[in-house]
Write a protein of this length. Sequence first.
Length: 523
Amino acid sequence: MALVFLSTAAIPAQENHSSLVYPDDDGKLVYVPDEQGNVIPDYSYAGYMGGGVALPDVPVKITLEPVEGDNAPQIQLAIDQIADMKIDEHGFRGAVLLKKGIYHMHKPLWIISSGIVLRGEGNGPEGTVLTGYGKHDNKSSQAARSSSIIEIRGMDGAEEMYGTASRITDPYVSVGTRTFSIENSGELKSGDTVIVRKFANEDWIREVGMINPKTGELRDHGPLDMERTITNVKGNRITVDIPIVAPIETRWGGGEIIKYTDNKRITNVGIENMRGVSDFDPSLKTTRIYQTVPESGPEYFRDENHYSNFISMRNAKNCWVRDITVRHFIHALAEMRNGAKWITVRDCDAREFVSVLMGGRRAPYNIMQGQLCLVMRCTSDDGRHDFVTGGIAGPSVFLDCTAGTSYSSSEPHGAWAYGVLYDNVAAPITVRYTKRTTPVWCGGFCCLWNCEGMFLVQKPPTAQNWVIGQIGKYEMIHNIPLVDLTKPPGFIESRGKHVTPRSLYLTQLKERLGEQALRNTGY
């Protein structure tokens, strides 16, 4: 009798799959709906040009070197000269190249035209360094977000077309859906850009408990606007390009679609390969760790009379930030504000913040009001809300990101965000109910996929949040105030063990656009 010895290394381990999204025998993802038809949506539309498109290498038209004194005027002049150039067939005018050196900046730079790239020659201390000087009175949390060295700003975002609104007639439009019915398709056709609007009535606000317990005042919750493009019209049944990330239900206010124009956003603006530094007063120090623990901590710099952000974007689409490092800012490396869409921020690093440890500060990657944004392969240290959103309509994605020391949690923050994916993010993360004077839920239909770190993810009424393949403790994160632990947890699966596929975003991207899309994003 022959004995055959099999090495255990030769036997493939059984893959660990989620019950909600998993590959079939052919490797194609299967999505399992809940009782209302909601599925984990396809997040792969986030990022520059809708995901999977390589960031361009735009030709240099003007080259500068640092000069003594304020460098802002010469850089602004170069930006304005590029703005006067003709846009080429690819949508670009040209790049301003800043040679290595330290550029003292005494006023912000403004990019208000499309097709302009600002590029450096390295993001280390010996590369291209933009150092912001000047005093900025940042006494409130709103003011602490107001001053930026680089402002990218269009005139307006989506402009609604009067008289084109039509109510959605389906009783329930589920998350992940792309097809639904409206009252009157009229002259709608494939290629039209539309806002899919979700309303929230008073009954819904009461249902989710966003009521001041002392006064009975309801927390205001305006409509949620999801920008989409029609791909098919059949009778009064329309199909849009990107899945819906928030359910639209008649009894909670229903919804509508309305056509819009998009002519006042700027496009194809990039900031690349440089370092940002905010000058501050090092004599101002404290040991007080605000909003974390009552006792004093290590001494740190607390000056707030200096630049808050390196880059701020408004009313801009198909733009990017890559290979940037920042030091000593109050708030953000890059913040995406109202009208920001299809923005990619990648391969960046933010640390050594200078501010008091309070709200409205230290949020280095902040999708504050944008949508369809992608932050990937970015790192942070000494932050608070390292990878954070405001009240946004997704899909938006944080992919392969890491936070070192974090004084709070990465999260949807302060307002209800829909359709946010944290994919392989190593950081404390919360998606929770926040007890304030008038409380608020801070996320619905958000997903943590193969993340690592402490987490607190709760289930709102009328919605769900998913945690799949998380390695880390589910607990009250000690330095997160105003948490209501009586709220039920979200859907949690495969705690302590990652699932296959490793990345949900990249798998969805490959399935939709092919392997080249992965290579285009650097994978």
